[in-house]
Design a protein around this ligand. Sequence first.
Ligand code: BTN
Length: 252
Amino acid sequence: ELLVKPGSLWRRVDVVASTGSTNADLAQKARHGAESGSVLVTGFQSAGRGRLGRSWVAPAESSIALSLLVRPDQVASWRWTWLPLLTGLAVVEGLRRAADVPAMLKWPNDVLVRERKLAGILAERVETPSGPACVVGIGLNVSLAEDELPVPTATSLQLAGAATTNRNTLIATILRAFALIYQQWESSDDDAAFGAAYIARCATIGRQVKVVLAADSEVTGTAEAIDGDGRLVVRTAAGRRTFGAADIVHLR
Ligand code: BTN
């Protein structure tokens, strides 16, 4: 049973044993009128989607896949670029609280523990008859053993020595953390304050990074800052460059 405080953002939480992709399902529900604050949780996805056109693979029973639908109608559309970062921050804060793991972010929203990936986030904008909405998906490795990891650079809460791997506890804590951070973001226009909270949990700033761009090219440099739109500012040999969407490798 999910313990989510009434009066918070959440309107309904649906749990299904398995599905293709919770992001795809919730986007479809959004087009049919699902309200802001709808949540869809599953234990297994057969067609999980990842960032930058990749897939997201996680074994049944030892992971969590959930998607949140929000309609930030009061928020200027140019601020929506913060939603993926805000979700990453919520997952980090929730996992630190519930599981006592030293979770950090790799820009924009990969959740790492000791430089290995624990959770991934995919935020997708959806056009619906009642206006644009955002589906935010979170994939969390809960109790995977070393030999179940999809890639060697991944980890799980269990491998990271988490204080709990109870899925209901984890989901409830993540939803609570998201509601708190989202409502603060929605009701203020101070992205700088939010950016500071994000940077405090972002392991990318100050690091030597390789930026892998979708178009098969890479750039290396020092990650210097997050700009007012949540983009990453990198100092390269050729000068400063700003990236809105890319894959980052922490070099050292
Ligand atoms: C990434 O790191 O590339 C993002 C992975 C996002 C996975 C989650 S699992 C729940 C939701 N449904 C999906 O199909 N993808 C997201």
